[in-house]
Design a protein around this ligand. Structure first.
Ligand SMILES: [Zn+2]
Length: 400
């Protein structure tokens, strides 16, 4: 809609996901420009005057979902390495990914972002860490696609410098030189990052993982991010293989290793964080380090079940992610709410996570991970008008 128009959604159930978990069985949401003007029970009061009306009857209005972890390019390599562990899966896919170019990136981004949008997602990250020589401007390609589709976008300029010859997992032809990585990352911040509250594009700094990025690159990346005031993202503690790698190479758990490198803090969110001991869970809570929980991907790769209930109890921000479509196949965020609930209950019993908590992970929790809790993640006056409407009048909800 235009930046100045007023729009009223009326007759819908409303789950605001505000701090008091306010809900209305039948309510309204008033939007002006890109902001929420009012939310309440019953019909929209007349004081809000003429507006474009959206008939919300039969629907539930929630905040637009926030996807905290993705690799858009993987859309074009779905279905491969079906029975592999993470390391086997990566080793099979790296040579295919090494042939990525701008046209493939744009096509993959278009499909993956559309899959998110139709599943109620209005804000997404992309962790792009693969920049084969001569592939073209991959980050610009996906920013252009996201802008065209109208989704709020946080591209994370990823990187790998620890090739196989240096003891890392990826083949040498897909890794970059650390100086080149940092220069390209800073250039991406200059070109695309918008610190404004209503920003549609924000950039994060995101070396790939402890087994693909060197300690030097991790440390220098953190310095760059903090100097420029942007957020930091990477993978952590996804598998027992990673834990073994870190213990053997660094004599540390993955969390201890990242902590030493300056990679825990309230400006950081990390994907997966499955294999955490009690001390690590406490450290996440104490530092405010966010977690992007990716239940479908974790199940697909048999990686394990994250300690979501424990992390929430410790006070850590927890959001949801679909992860790349090569380890998810579907790439829709709506179903991840259900997956998060089911996985939490497999791990901790039927009271481990409620449906409302699962919705909060996918909305307010995600907004916290991205440092946008003041702008996104709940339906409240003054927040950005990212609203998802879910149909409740189909057979799937009859009699529930
Ligand atoms: Zn990932």
């Amino acid at each position: 809609m235009s930046a100045t128009g007023r729009l009223v959604i009326e007759g819908c159930a409303v789950a605001t996901v505000d701090a008091a978990s306010t809900e209305h069985a039948a309510g309204h949401v008033v939007v002006e420009g890109d902001r929420i003007l009012a939310v309440g029970a019953g019909p929209c009061p007349e004081e809000f005057g003429p507006a474009v009306l959206v008939d919300g009857r039969g629907c539930l209005a929630t905040p637009g979902l926030v996807n905290c972890h993705h690799h858009l390019y993987q859309w074009i390599t779905r279905g491969l390495a079906q029975q592999g562990t993470l390391f086997q899966w990566l080793t099979e896919l790296y040579p295919i990914w090494a042939r990525l170019d701008v046209d493939m990136e744009a096509a993959a981004a278009r499909a993956a972002l559309a899959a998110l949008l139709v599943s109620g997602c209005s804000t997404t990250t992309d962790h792009h860490y693969l920049f084969p020589a001569g592939a073209g401007d991959l980050l610009a390609a996906e920013v252009e696609v996201a802008t065209g589709l109208g989704i709020r976008f946080h591209p994370c300029r990823g990187s790998m410098d620890l090739g196989r010859s240096q003891g890392g997992l990826p083949p040498d032809e897909v890794v970059e030189d650390p100086d080149a990585v940092l220069a390209a990352t800073e250039a991406a911040i200059d070109r695309f990052h918008d610190p404004a509250p209503e920003a549609m594009v924000r950039v994060a700094v995101a070396p790939c993982s402890p087994f693909t990025a060197s300690g030097e690159l991790m440390r220098r990346s953190a310095e760059l991010a903090r100097r420029r005031g942007v957020r930091m993202h990477t993978h952590l503690a996804e598998t027992v293989d990673e834990e073994a790698f870190c213990r053997e190479r660094f004599g540390r758990t993955p969390t201890e290793y990242l902590d030493e490198l300056g990679w825990l803090g309230d400006d950081v969110w990390l994907a997966h964080c499955i294999h955490l001991d009690d001390g690590a869970v406490r450290r996440f809570g104490a530092t405010g380090t966010g977690v992007a929980h990716c239940p479908s991907s974790n199940a697909r790769l048999g990686a394990g079940m994250a300690r979501v209930a424990d992390l929430l109890a410790a006070g850590a921000p927890v959001g949801l992610g679909v992860d790349g479509a090569a380890s998810n196949e579907a790439g829709q965020l709506g179903p991840e709410l259900r997956q998060a609930l089911l996985v939490a209950r497999l791990r901790g019993g039927p009271a481990a996570l409620t449906a409302r908590q699962a919705l909060a992970l996918g909305t307010a929790g995600g907004a916290r991970c991205l440092g946008r809790a003041g702008e996104l993640g709940s339906l409240e006056p003054g927040k950005l008008a990212d609203v998802a409407l879910w149909r409740l009048d189909g057979p799937g909800h009859a009699d529930v």
